[in-house]
Design a protein around this ligand. Structure first.
Ligand SMILES: Cc1ncc(COP(=O)(O)O)c(C=O)c1O
Length: 468
C-alpha cells in the first residue's frame, strides 16, 4: 500500500473527532456508505496540502516524477483537463499564438478561449484504410513553425484517442530548435514506458510538459491525472499559479491515494506482463476475421510502436455493417459496451484492469458477428476541406449567436463548436465558415445515428448574426 492509503487506514481507525469538513463527518450512520466516507478527509494535521505540498503529498509527487522521468510532477484531481488548461496558460502569454493538432481535446480549445489565444492548426494525415487520424509528424510541425513565426508553444496529442503514437523525440527537437516549449497531451498514455512492449513516455522523450489521465489507462479513480514538467522553458511558479486556479481548493484524498497506488503499481517490474500476453492472444484470435478488420492487425504492428497496446479499432469499412450497427450489436446482443463508435469503426479499450473473460467475450462476439455478415464496398463520408477561419474563435464564441436550420447554414459563421462525440474533437470551431461540404458531412453523421454536439434535436445550429 502507498503512503497515503496507510495513513488514511490508520486515521479512519483512530479516535480523532472531525470538527471540520467534509460534512459527512466520516459518520458511518450517515446517508453515504461507510466505505466512501471513512477515508474522505480534508487538509488536516499531518496530511499536507496539495496546493503547497511539503510533506507526504510532496513525497508522493516526487515518486511520480521518478517513475515518469520528470524533474517535477503534480497530482491532478480535476482530470487532465485542468493540467491542459494550466500548461497552456503557463506556456503562452495572454493573447498569444499556439500551434495545436486539430484533433485536440476540447480542453485545449477551452484553454485557448480563456487566454484569448490565436490558434494555428496541424492537420494530421488520414490513415485511409481505417478512417482515423494519423499521429502528427515532426515534418508537419517544422513546416507549421516556419509558416507561423509568432507561435509561443506547440501542443500535440499522443497517443491519440484511437491509439496512434507520434515520434515525440523528433518533434521535441524541432520545437526546441525554435526555443519553444512542447506540451504533450498524453492523457491516453499514463501506462507508456512501463513495459518493453509499450512506446516510451513523452517526459523521457524531451517534452517540456506532459499530461497523463491516470484514470484512463491505469486502474485508478475517475478524475485522477498527472502533470510532468522538464527543462527551463516553462516558468514553474506561473505553472503552479495556474494549477491553483484550475484545480479545486478541496482536493480529494481518496483520489490522491488512488494516484499513488497507480504510480506504485506501474513501477513493479512485471506489472503489465499478463496484460501484454492477453492482448497478444486477442490479436491472434482476431486474425481469423474474414470481413471485419482490426487495428493493430498483429502484435508485430504494436512492436513498431506506432499503435498503442490496448486500443482496438474494429473497422466495418469493407463490410455491409456500419460502425453504429456493429456497436448496437455488441451492446444489445452481447452486452459489451465499447468505448466509442464512428461511421466505420468501433473502438474498444483494454487495460491492466481487464479480465480474461473480457478478452474472450469480445473475441467470441466479433468472430460470431463476422460469420453472419458479408463483405461490401462502400463509399465513406469523404475528407473534409480545411475550413476558413473568419474570426478568432474566442471572439466568435463570445458573440450572441442566432439559431437556424443546418440546411440553411451554407456560408454562415459557426457560433458554437460542432463536435463528433466521442471523442469530442471539432469538425468546426466558432469563427469558421460552414460550407456545403461540411453541411452534407454533418447530415450524413446524423443519419448514421452518430452524436454531433452543437446540433439541436430540431436540426438547428448556432451561427453568428449577419453575413461576413
Ligand atoms: C486526448 C484527451 N485529452 C484530454 C482529455 C481530458 O481528460 P480528463 O477526462 O482526464 O480531464 C481527454 C478526455 O477524454 C482526451 O481524450
Amino acid at each position: 500500500m502507498g503512503i497515503l492509503q496507510d495513513r488514511l487506514t490508520e486515521y479512519s481507525q483512530s479516535d480523532f473527532y472531525p470538527y471540520h469538513m467534509p460534512g459527512h463527518k466520516r459518520n458511518p450512520a450517515g446517508t453515504l456508505p461507510g466505505e466512501w466516507t471513512s477515508r474522505d478527509i480534508t487538509e488536516i494535521e499531518g496530511f499536507d496540502n496539495l496546493h503547497d505540498a511539503t510533506g507526504i503529498l510532496q513525497q508522493m509527487q516526487e515518486k511520480a516524477a521518478t517513475a515518469y522521468g520528470a524533474e517535477e510532477s503534480f497530482y491532478l484531481v480535476n482530470g487532465s483537463t485542468c493540467g491542459i488548461l494550466s500548461a497552456i496558460s503557463a506556456a503562452v502569454p495572454f493573447g498569444g499564438e499556439l500551434l495545436i493538432t486539430r484533433n485536440c481535446h476540447k480542453s485545449v480549445y477551452h484553454g485557448a478561449y480563456l487566454r484569448h489565444l490565436s490558434l494555428h492548426y496541424l492537420y494530421p494525415d488520414m490513415l485511409e484504410e481505417y478512417d482515423i487520424c494519423e499521429a502528427i509528424t515532426a515534418k508537419q510541425v517544422e513546416e507549421a513553425l516556419e509558416a507561423h513565426p509568432g507561435v509561443a508553444a506547440v501542443l500535440i496529442v499522443s497517443p491519440t484517442y484511437e491509439g496512434r503514437i507520434a515520434d515525440v523525440k523528433a518533434i521535441a527537437e524541432v520545437v526546441h530548435k525554435k526555443g519553444l516549449p512542447l506540451i504533450v497531451d498524453e492523457a491516453h498514455g499514463a501506462h507508456l514506458g512501463f513495459s518493453p512492449d509499450f512506446a516510451r513516455n513523452s517526459a523521457r522523450l524531451g517534452a517540456d510538459i506532459v499530461i497523463n489521465s491516470v484514470h484512463k489507462t491505469l486502474p485508478a479513480m475517475t478524475q485522477t491525472a498527472l502533470l510532468h514538467v522538464n527543462g527551463g522553458l516553462i516558468d514553474r511558479q506561473i505553472l503552479k499559479r495556474h494549477l491553483r486556479i484550475y484545480q479545486t481548493s478541496s482536493p480529494s484524498y481518496v483520489l490522491m491515494s488512488s494516484i499513488e497506488e497507480a504510480v506504485d503499481m506501474v513501477g513493479e517490474e512485471s506489472a503489465f506482463e499478463e496484460f501484454v500476453i492477453h492482448w497478444r492472444e486477442l490479436l491472434t484470435r482476431l486474425s481469423e476475421l474474414k470481413n471485419l478488420r482490426i487495428l493493430p492487425n498483429s502484435f508485430e504492428e504494436c512492436r513498431k510502436k506506432k499503435q498503442d497496446i490496448g486500443k482496438l479499432i474494429i473497422s466495418t469499412k469493407e463490410t455491409e455493417l456500419s460502425g453504429t450497427k456493429l456497436y448496437d450489436m455488441l451492446l444489445t446482443e452481447y452486452h459489451l459496451q465499447p468505448e466509442m463508435v464512428c461511421e466505420s469503426y468501433v473502438l474498444c479499450m483494454f487495460t491492466i484492469g481487464d479480465t480474461k473473460e473480457g478478452y474472450d467475450r469480445l473475441a467470441e462476439a466479433l468472430l460470431d458477428i463476422d460469420k453472419q455478415i458479408q463483405g461490401a464496398t462502400k463509399t465513406g463520408f469523404g475528407k473534409l476541406q480545411v475550413p476558413e477561419t473568419v474570426l478568432p474563435f474566442y471572439e466568435a464564441w463570445d458573440r450572441e449567436p442566432e439559431e437556424i436550420p443546418l440546411k440553411d447554414a451554407e456560408g454562415r459563421i459557426a457560433g458554437e463548436f460542432l463536435n463528433l462525440y466521442p471523442p469530442g474533437t471539432p469538425i468546426l470551431v466558432p469563427g469558421e465558415r460552414l460550407t456545403k461540404d461540411i453541411i452534407t458531412f454533418l447530415e450524413k453523421c446524423l443519419s448514421e445515428g452518430l452524436t454531433v454536439q452543437g446540433i439541436s434535436r430540431e436540426g438547428c445550429i448556432k451561427v453568428l448574426r449577419g453575413r461576413m
